[in-house]
Design a protein around this ligand. Structure first.
Ligand code: PEP
Ligand code: MN
Length: 359
């Protein structure tokens, strides 16, 4: 896959990240123009606004539709910024191209759907489109599906491609709206080093206060740019209000970001090490969760006057996990050693619970 040269001029391999900013949704002509003018005043060169909004449930604001494309045209004429929007169907592609939108992006619910991706790729091909297309990661953490979506576009003759990392859905409440799982975009970067990689801290974090730290983290990992939701009046936004920032706050955030030399991070070894760091973090989180559950079991055993150690259960865990490890291609012996250490700590934690007289 090639890169987005015309869009990225002067961006790759130097210290200036690509910045795309604008509201989650185009709501009114006034809101679009007011936001765009403030962003342009602060030096932003690429504007984003969702015209068609994929909503989880019916009944929410589903976007203003084609009418909003004319507002994007005005943004272009009056500020000189490039414009971008999300497309999910053949009709969206045709309407956006017809209205002169400069850059298209594919949303996370669409990149997860090969039928929709093929339809979009065919529409772009039929229109002989030459616009850059940015593909958000699918909602589920499936790198092959993300790559497949990019390949469908590439095979249709769309070679100005980029990827947007917006995090992955998961069940339950978390600090992040969408879990970053950084090792996935890092692996994409390792496999396609020339494919521009843009971070979407707004959708990863889901909260304004996470935009700055997530942006810094992405730049530290060698991402080429950021797409950030910005609205002239975030608290009144019709969608994603908690994660949008005003153009002035965005400017402040961008000025605080520390830029690093990205050439170093293109080394395969650095990328692999970053993945190891991320996976170790995940391992620690899982271990921590396991210990918490262990303590709860300890509490239960205490209340029911059961002994801490149940040998049968321990042997069963050891055997089944060692077998599973072997099926996965790891050594059973290694897994028994790891489990023995984990089990020892679990027992220690449960004894602590037993001895805790406050419960
Ligand atoms: C968006 O960019 O506003 C959007 C809908 O994003 P995603 O597809 O990442 O949820
Ligand atoms: Mn949004």
């Amino acid at each position: 896959m090639t890169d987005l040269q015309p869009l990225l001029q002067g961006s790759l391999n130097d210290l200036h990240p690509i910045i795309i900013a604008g509201p989650c949704s185009a709501e009114t002509e006034e809101q679009v123009l007011a936001t765009a003018k403030d962003l342009a005043k602060n030096g932003i060169k690429i504007f984003r606004a969702g015209i068609w909004k994929p909503r989880t449930k019916p009944g929410g604001f589903e976007g203003v539709g084609a009418e909003g494309l004319q507002w994007l045209r005005r943004v272009k004429e009056e500020t000189g910024m490039l414009t971008s929007t999300e497309v999910a169907t053949r009709q969206h592609v045709e309407a956006a191209l017809e209205a002169g939108v400069d850059i298209l992006w594919i949303g996370a619910r669409t990149s997860a759907n090969p039928f929709a991706m093929q339809e979009i790729a065919d529409a772009l091909h039929d229109a002989k489109a030459d616009v850059p297309v940015l593909v958000k990661n699918p909602v589920n953490p499936d790198l092959e599906l993300w790559i497949g979506a990019l390949q469908r576009l590439y095979n249709a003759g769309i070679h100005k491609l980029g990827a947007i990392h917006r995090g992955f859905s998961s069940y339950g409440k978390h600090l992040y709206r969408n879990l970053p799982q950084w090792h996935i975009p890092i692996e994409l970067r390792r496999r396609f080093p020339n494919l521009p990689l843009i971070s979407d801290p707004s959708h990863i974090g889901g909260k304004r206060e996470l935009v700055a730290p997530l942006s810094q983290q992405a730049l530290d990992m060698g991402f080429d740019g950021l797409i950030i939701e910005s609205h002239c009046e975030p608290d009144c936004a019709w969608s994603d209000k908690a994660q949008q920032v005003t153009p002035d706050v965005l400017n402040f955030i961008l000025n605080t970001l520390v830029l690093r030399d990205s050439s170093v991070t293109t080394e395969s070894l650095t990328l692999l090490r970053q993945q190891i760091d991320e996976l170790d973090n995940e391992l620690l989180e899982v271990l921590n969760k396991r210990m918490r559950v262990s303590r709860e079991i300890g509490q239960y055993k205490k209340e029911h006057r059961m002994p801490v150690l149940q040998i049968g259960r321990h042997d069963e865990i050891m055997q089944s996990r060692a077998k599973l490890a072997e099926e996965m291609g790891m050594s059973g012996e290694f897994m028994r050693n790891v489990l023995a250490a984990i089990h020892e700590e679990s027992v220690r934690q449960q004894i602590e619970v037993f001895n805790d007289r406050t419960h």
